[in-house]
Design a protein around this ligand. Structure first.
Ligand SMILES: Cc1ncc(COP(=O)(O)O)c(C=O)c1O
Length: 430
């Protein structure tokens, strides 16, 4: 069997999966034990036929694959894959470029450079902002907060890349009480421990405020980093980034925004008022694998001033050939060295959706969320707990037991959006 035959057969398996997405249960039937049994056995001593390997892998995995790309998947904030991005992801693997340096794949580098510029424009970030394509919002935080650490310490006369953190002026880090845990993870990796952190008060939607940030900074006039949030993971709530930026102006503090999904509201004329002022921050972390719907994994870091971004990330070595004429050596902007050509999927998604397609995708999703909230609120005993501003709907029934039982039944029913609402009604105890 030729490699062509192998790839064609793989394409058939993939198409079969895609074509069953509308009907298959979202949660797969196999247990972890069943999957261990199906995939397990001894490490083979000898080579196997690639097609047999793929057929066996697909058959063993199929009962354990969550139908995440389905339109009926409502768990977490997890995207599917627009068709052009999915196909571009295949090509990314086939071309197998090492997209750290331009010499590792000039086409991949240029596609990433162009996709990055398109994103800056689409998300209405300051022109000239630098960007990095990373694995997810987690590493986007690491990238942005490394730039922040560089900048605030440089302002205090400390070269963190040269001298490290031992003996550095202490940085106060202000986080909203409901920040995503990946911010804490990023701070830990950057050597900014829990004792650097002061939590700013939040309201019942998880929003912080300029006054809460002011209180958290009180008594500190050294280097400071403030992390705001656009799209809280439970409620979708949006911090008043413009107000926080206005308060911080002239203080030398760095304002970072966790906008893993919320930043995409800026791409929609209908929704962008919700994130007004977000462009006034210094850095933004978001994901392409959430609302842009490119296949996992792809996160995005943006930094208003490219200088601290590059200073925090760039590496050189004698054997690395930097192409002076080429702008985009991703290695200068990302924490990774060798890396997947992530820009290709983003390029394909943006080119196939266009501005109106991205806006429509975000708006449609928010419309569904509003409809869920309106109709759920009419069910007996159901209480919607959040102000539905973006895509998150938080609700409960009279008791945790009822909520769990209803959700289990709805998940089992595997219905689409309209019928999911009907399934809620059916699942309610009489
Ligand atoms: C607000 C927020 N920040 C960060 C993350 C982490 O994103 P990732 O899983 O891409 O690292 C999430 C994930 O849901 C999120 O909702």
């Amino acid at each position: 069997m030729s490699e062509r035959d192998l790839l064609l057969r793989t394409a058939e398996i993939a198409a079969d999966f895609i074509e069953t997405l509308d009907a298959r249960p979202i949660w797969p039937p196999a247990s972890v034990e069943g999957l261990r049994a199906a995939l397990g056995g001894e490490l083979p001593d000898d080579p196997g036929d690639p097609l047999e390997v793929i057929e066996a892998l697909a058959a063993a995995c199929e009962p354990g694959v969550v139908a995440i790309p389905s339109g009926r998947y409502f768990g977490f904030v997890i995207g599917g894959a627009v068709p052009a991005a999915l196909a571009a992801d295949w090509l990314t693997s086939v071309w197998d470029q090492n997209a750290g340096l331009v010499v590792g794949g000039p086409a991949a580098a240029v596609a990433e450079e162009i996709a990055g510029r398109w994103l800056v424009e689409l998300l209405r970030l300051p022109a000239g902002a630098s960007f990095a394509f990373v694995t997810g919002c987690q590493m986007a935080h690491v990238t942005c907060l490394a730039a922040a650490r560089h900048a605030v310490l440089e302002r205090a006369g400390w070269d963190v890349e040269g001298r490290g953190l031992v003996g550095a002026p202490p940085i106060r880090v202000v986080l909203g009480g409901k920040r995503h845990v990946t911010i804490d993870g990023a701070l830990r990796l950057l050597g900014l421990g829990r004792e650097s952190v002061v939590l700013a008060a939040v309201d019942d939607q998880g929003r912080t405020s300029p006054t809460a940030v002011e209180a958290a900074l009180e008594g500190h006039d050294g280097p400071a980093i403030v992390c705001a949030q656009v799209g809280e993971v439970n409620t979708g709530s949006v911090d008043p980034v413009g107000g926080i930026a206005a308060f911080l102006r002239g203080t030398g503090a760095w304002l970072h925004v966790d906008s893993a999904f919320g930043l995409w509201a800026a791409a929609s004329p209908e929704l962008r008022h919700l994130v007004e002022g977000v462009e006034l921050a210094d850095s933004w972390a978001t994901d392409a694998h959430k609302w842009l719907n490119v296949p996992y994994d792809c996160g995005l870091a943006f930094v208003k001033d490219p200088a601290p971004h590059r200073a925090a990330m760039a590496m050189t070595a004698e054997y690395l050939v930097a192409d002076e004429g080429a702008a985009w050596d991703a290695m200068d902007w990302t924490p990774e060295f060798s890396r997947r050509a992530r820009g290709l999927t983003v390029y394909a998604a943006l080119r196939s959706l266009g501005r109106s397609g991205v806006a429509g995708l975000v708006e449609r999703c928010c419309r569904h969320a509003r409809r869920f909230a309106e109709e759920l609120a009419q069910l007996p005993g159901c209480e919607v707990l959040n102000e539905v501003v973006l895509n998150q709907v938080l609700f409960r029934f009279a008791s945790d037991e009822t909520t769990d039982a209803v959700l289990a039944q709805v998940q089992e029913s595997g219905e689409d959006v309209a019928r999911t609402l009907a399934a809620f009604e059916k699942a309610l105890p009489r």
